[in-house]
Design a protein around this ligand. Structure first.
Ligand code: ZN
Length: 144
């Protein structure tokens, strides 16, 4: 007698891998993943969650059900899927774009030269021009 009824059409136990119990390169604990696949409480690493989510998704589980089994928000599961089953960026997370490196002629670069004790004619000229603008207009910024 089958005690717990799993997902629609699925009656057999789900296995993460039939040959290995541990993937050293990907750092996956297949036993732990197997628990999650079968709805048993287990704590997974993110890599294991993604692995489990991918398997469940291939078996047409909803992201809500996948999220319940692996202990993640359904939107997180959807984000992994949208990203080709890689961690990537979460839609709810503000994406952090690093500031581009300053280039010569920009005030930031001029300050960097000063800090590093470097001499740069381009930046010096740009800074002098900004000083002149400041005296003339009250703003160091170039008129847009
Ligand atoms: Zn420069």
């Amino acid at each position: 007698m089958n005690g717990t009824r799993l997902g629609a059409g699925i009656r057999e136990r789900l296995y993460a891998s039939t040959t290995h119990t541990y993937d050293e390169t990907a750092d996956l604990d297949y036993i732990a993943i197997e628990y999650a696949l079968n709805g048993e409480p287990v704590t997974l690493t993110r890599a294991e969650k993604i692995h489990a989510a991918r398997i469940l998704d291939a078996r047409n589980f909803s992201s809500k059900e996948i999220g319940r089994r692996i202990g993640s928000d359904p939107s997180t599961v959807e984000a992994w899927k949208a990203n080709g089953w890689k961690p990537g960026k979460h839609p709810k997370t503000r994406t952090h774009t690093p500031r581009p490196e300053p280039i010569c002629g920009e005030p930031r670069m001029y300050r960097r030269h000063l800090k590093n004790g470097e001499r740069c004619d381009t930046c010096r000229a740009a800074n002098a021009a900004a000083d002149r603008r400041y005296r003339a207009t009250g703003s160091r910024k170039e008129a847009g």
